[in-house]
Design a protein around this ligand. Structure first.
Ligand code: NAD
Length: 257
């Protein structure tokens, strides 16, 4: 398979988009390292399930992406990586005047600074091999803004800027760095919000999805974790050898508005 012999580290990958990306990379033949900050039996079971399903090596390494030393240790404990997917991310919504300082710091640390640490730790190995892929999961909010999400939007715009800088520092060395910018993606977290939104707006499932949740997404369809995974696999393919320092929107037209 096309990614056989490559090791991928995906941060924040015990659920949602990270898990979907990990699954797509495993299906393409890559060895995968799953990560989150927890160290539960089910996290390690998830790795075993993916390994059995795709007949590739999959491990789980607990590391807290809000801590720089943990970020660097994740890469070291993985034995380095050929593909680095910086996906761990959190959100918090509040007007800026009352935005809790600790939430601002935590969001910047997990959504942006972690990618600085993991990339710095992963690049020497990629340079030595003359091949590497850094894929940063940013957001439509890395290119546009919405009120009350100051930390998230600042972190995702920062992640897009970091991607461009890493692309320039690695250009011509067989390494690429890009940001994927998803719109609204149907993850378990989003799925769980649907019943509450249906109640709050007294609408059926389809109407609340179309009129309320996807009002910024012209296609009126969620993106899927499989589509983000497929975009990641494309960025790891030879077709994308010259794709670097850019953003790829998977947002149903959100940023075309
Ligand atoms: P999610 O909550 O399902 O996944 C987040 C992952 O990050 C989880 O695995 C969680 O355990 C992990 N994580 C959180 N804090 C961590 C920490 N301190 N250390 C290590 N891991 C940590 O959410 P998701 O929707 O799958 O989001 C994944 C990424 O995609 C995020 O960066 C998010 O900003 C981005 N994104 C999501 C959407 C969407 O609509 N779901 C849209 C655009 C971008």
């Amino acid at each position: 398979m096309e990614l056989t012999g490559k090791r991928a580290v995906v941060t924040g990958s015990n659920s949602g988009i990270g898990l979907g990306v990990a699954e797509s990379l495993a299906a393409a033949g890559a060895e995968v390292v799953l990560n989150s900050f927890t160290d539960r039996t089910e996290d390690h079971d998830l790795a075993a399930t993916l390994a059995a399903r795709h007949r590739v090596k999959v491990s789980y390494i607990a590391a807290d992406m809000s801590k720089g030393a943990d970020c660097r240790a994740l890469i070291e404990k993985s034995g380095g990586c050929d593909i680095l997917v910086n996906n761990a991310g959190i959100q918090f919504v509040s007007p800026i005047e009352t935005f809790p300082v600790e939430k601002w710091d935590q969001i910047l640390a997990i959504n942006l600074t972690s990618a600085f640490h993991t990339t710095a730790a992963a690049l020497p190995g990629m340079r030595a091999k003359g091949w590497g892929r850094v894929v940063n999961i940013a957001s439509a909010h890395g290119l546009t803004a919405s009120p009350f999400k100051s930390a998230y939007i600042a972190s995702k715009h920062g992640l897009v800027g970091l991607s461009k800088t890493v692309a320039l520092e690695t250009a011509g060395q067989g390494i690429t760095c890009n940001a994927i910018c998803p719109g609204y993606v149907l993850t378990p977290l989003v799925e769980a919000q649907i019943p509450d939104q249906m109640k709050a707006h007294n609408m059926d499932r389809e109407t609340v999805i179309r009129e309320v949740m996807l009002d910024r997404q012209p296609s009126r369809h969620f993106a899927t974790v499989e589509q983000i995974g497929g975009t990641t696999v494309y960025l790891c393919s030879p077709a994308a050898d010259q794709v670097t320092g850019t953003t790829i929107s998977v947002d149903g037209g959100w940023t075309a508005l």
